[in-house]
Design a binder for this molecule. Structure first.
Ligand code: BGC
Length: 759
């Protein structure tokens, strides 16, 4: 009783402190705003980039210095480093009338200067504490280098690997995606935004950006509300619930209105239903892009955005150049301008910038933190955990540290592709190539012979597109035929071949959609020729998306999916190949057999004519004439050097009421020859509903470590919340009836049990 009372008093006093802080902030911001002119208020809503970095649109801002001094800029991005940021901040706090500090943002997507695996790779670790730590480490490094705001996490659910930006997200599942979203917010923002080693996160791209038709970037999105609420919105909501400071609106339309001007989205849903208190920034020129969407001229679309609830305009300068005119014309109100300005100033207040505008500009911290050894070590750790073993016949992996290994492929001795897409601050030259990692980890007992074997692609047009940010596809020296015959000669001398193949890093990312997801022809030919040597063929595959590799996976003895692992790629890959780390990654996105199967995702509906898997090819069933319905590799799939066996699922009871819980338990045994980690996955199916329900939905998972021979009971608590779904009235409800519980090591390899939810 006394303990309860003490906890209650503590909560109350924390609440009082929070209220007091908020009151202080409100008073400060009100007093500042009372001194601001209309122009200065509008200036706060303007986010500019001076260019020089990676600009993702056609436009970059001009006369940035003059605008800062004139109070026409609220924040900057694309400027990094303590010196440059201090210089720009000085312009604002000494050169401008009210000395309001700027906020400095950047695309810190998978690490900052120390580059980690691409987010899709990291998500395959299913290691939530580790993913949180990856954001924490990135925040420490970025904040030490002057930044206080990151345009991350990207939490767009995606079922279409043609879309190049799947590389930046966490795959297809709303539950896993939400866990990762919240973890990254915690990692970036910590518990105190004003600390000098935390940054404000910006969840993006709100909303539904991952559902562009045909997987073509920036394309139209159209979906039902139920689908939005059920599958696409949860990770953004998770970010809001975790206290994210800012939200970025997306390029696409929703119900015919671009997100950046969509009042239902930015006000009704985000602020009224979800209670978001931070600020909303547009994506790069997404305000002015509403002209091309067909929503009107710059003044009209800027007013539309402000009315919708957008607070900050990235690069378009629509707010800057039209809002003053729109006010007397009653297209916007003073209250709207004030509300937006207040939210930007509040963010700066929370970041501690009014106390010390140079809080993030400490050269000693920069020298200590940026590219420090502990961050490289973290990158290597994150790399090994992101790796997914897709195939391992004859236990070809792990490799022995003896004999001769032929290391072959265009990505085997390459630095320029290791970072992957959206590594805007990472220096590719600091990457460890696979060849170096193999030599270092393999040691002197193993003889490694190398040949390039093929260019990433021989298609000059594709190469040109991949080389926009610097050379990713290097052609030659030697003709394709010479490269190939040299590779075959090298392979013939070896005991085992390790072929490192895949995409160039810029085959994915923004504006990098593809309709052909196979390996480029040059590399397919290389693998065919290597397979003909009859040597064990270990394929190490780098890509920013699932690829269609049915043929290549049949050629490979072992297949290791490594994504783009960042600066430590070579070391991390070598750690896994030689068994210093036993891979434990599980796919967060289904791998299609061919492009025609897309979208292929595990949590699909049953349909009225479901495919009967015992009778493939049946007429008048939902199937294809020419390919199975199943993916090549399912969501949740991933092997280990050891094997895990699962007991049947035990339920604590077979019926429950909404107020009750059921415990589902399995015993997992490490039945192989290595210690290892396993992601134990819980899925549920609602057998009957007032709206149709998916065949399976992920509802929980636990990553466990088992020594060889060890068994462990793993339990999940099932409660009513896990059985809820969005019904036709958009109410989140559970309905009585039959449910199935599935537990296993992959969405397509599970044990099942049944229970009933009673009225
Ligand atoms: C991208 C965003 C990014 C922004 C700023 C846009 O093109 O869609 O994800 O944060 O540029 O670099």
């Amino acid at each position: 009783m006394k303990k309860l009372f003490t906890i209650g008093a503590m909560v109350l006093s924390l609440f009082a402190v929070a209220q007091n802080n908020e009151a202080k902030m409100n008073a400060f911001v009100s007093s500042l705003m009372s001194k601001m002119t209309l122009d200065e208020k509008i200036g706060q809503l303007n986010l500019v980039t001076p260019g020089g970095g990676v600009a993702t649109g056609a436009v970059v801002s001009t006369d940035v210095e003059g605008k800062i001094k004139a109070g026409k800029v609220g924040g900057l991005f694309g400027v990094i480093g303590v010196d440059k940021i201090r210089q720009a901040q000085e312009l604002a706090v000494t050169g401008s009338h009210l000395k309001i500090p700027l906020i400095f943002g950047s695309d810190v997507i998978h690490g900052y200067k120390t580059t980690f695996p691409i987010p899709l790779g990291l998500s395959c670790s299913w290691d939530i504490p580790m993913i949180e730590r990856s954001a924490r480490v990135a925040a420490t490094e970025a904040s030490a280098d002057g930044l206080c705001w990151v345009f991350s996490p990207m939490v767009d659910i995606a079922r279409d690997p043609r879309w190049g930006r799947v590389a930046e997200g966490a795959g297809e599942d709303p539950y896993l995606g939400s866990q990762i979203s919240a973890a990254m917010i915690r990692g970036y923002q910590g518990t105190n935004l004003a600390a000098d080693n935390t940054v404000m996160a910006c969840v993006k791209h709100f909303a539904l950006y991952g559902a562009a038709e045909g997987g073509r970037d920036y394309n139209t999105v159209d979906m039902s509300r139920i689908k939005m609420y059920e599958y696409y919105l949860p990770p953004y909501k998770a970010a809001v619930d975790a206290g994210v400071g800012s939200v970025m609106s997306s390029f696409n339309e929703i119900d015919g209105i671009p997100a950046t001007g969509n009042k239902w989205l930015l006000t009704d849903l985000l602020r009224r239903q979800w209670g978001f208190k931070g600020f909303v920034v547009s994506d790069y020129t997404s305000v002015s892009e509403m002209i091309d969407h067909g929503m009107g001229d710059l003044q009209t679309v800027s007013a539309l955005a402000l009315n919708a609830g957008l607070d900050m305009d990235m690069v378009a300068e629509g707010f800057l150049n039209t809002t003053k005119k729109s006010l007397p014309e009653k297209k916007v109100t003073q209250a709207q301008i004030d509300a937006a300005c207040r939210r930007i100033l509040e963010a700066k207040y929370k970041l501690g910038l009014f106390d010390d505008p140079y809080r993030y500009c400490n050269p000693q911290r920069a020298a200590k933190e940026v590219l420090s050894a502990d961050k490289r070590a973290a990158a290597r750790e994150f790399g090994v955990h992101s790796t997914v073993l897709l195939k391992n016949s004859n236990q070809t992996l792990p490799l022995k540290k003896s004999g001769t290994i032929a290391l072959i492929g265009p990505l085997a001795n390459n630095k320029s592709n290791m970072l992957g897409t959206w590594a805007v601050s990472g220096d590719a030259q600091l990457s460890v190539p696979v060849l170096d990692g193999m030599k270092a980890v393999g040691g002197s007992g193993v003889n490694i012979v190398y040949a390039k074997g093929a260019n990433v692609t021989d298609d000059p047009e594709l190469a040109k597109r991949a080389n926009v940010f610097g050379e990713r596809v290097d052609v030659g020296p030697g003709t394709p035929e010479q490269l190939l015959s040299e590779a075959v000669a090298t392979a013939t001398k070896a005991d085992v071949i390790v072929a490192v193949v895949g995409e160039a890093s810029e085959f994915t990312g923004e504006a990098s959609s593809r309709t052909d997801l196979s390996l480029p022809q040059s590399q397919r030919r290389l693998l065919d020729e290597l397979a003909k040597t009859g040597k064990p063929l270990v394929v190490v595959l780098m890509s920013g998306r699932p690829l269609t590799i049915e043929h290549e996976s049949s050629l490979a003895t072992s297949l290791l999916q490594v994504w783009f692992e960042g600066h430590e790629a070579g070391n991390a890959i070598a750690d896994v190949l030689f068994g210093a780390y036993n891979p434990s990654g599980k796919l967060s996105m289904s791998w299609p057999r061919n492009v025609g199967q897309i979208p292929v995702y595990y949590n699909h509906k049953n349909t009225g004519r479901p495919q009967d898997d015992t009778k493939p090819g049946q007429k008048f069933r939902s199937n294809y004439l020419d390919v199975a319905n199943t993916p090549l590799y399912a969501f949740g799939y991933g092997l280990s050097y050891t094997s895990f066996s699962y007991s049947p699922v035990q339920l604590s009871k077979n019926t429950m009421r909404a107020s009750e819980k059921i415990t589902a338990t399995v015993t997992v045994t490490n039945s192989g020859n290595y210690d290892g980690e396993e992601v134990v996955q819980l899925y549920i199916r609602d057998m009957v509903g007032s709206v149709t329900r998916p065949v399976k939905e992920l509802k929980g998972f636990q990553k466990i470590r088992l020594r060889k021979g060890e068994s462990r009971q793993v339990s999940f608590t099932i409660d009513d919340e896990m059985l809820k779904f969005w019904n036709s009235d958009l109410k989140h409800v559970s309905e009585p009836g039959a449910f199935k519980v599935f537990i296993g090591g992959s969405s397509d390899n599970v044990q099942e049990a049944n229970f009933t939810l009673m009225k």
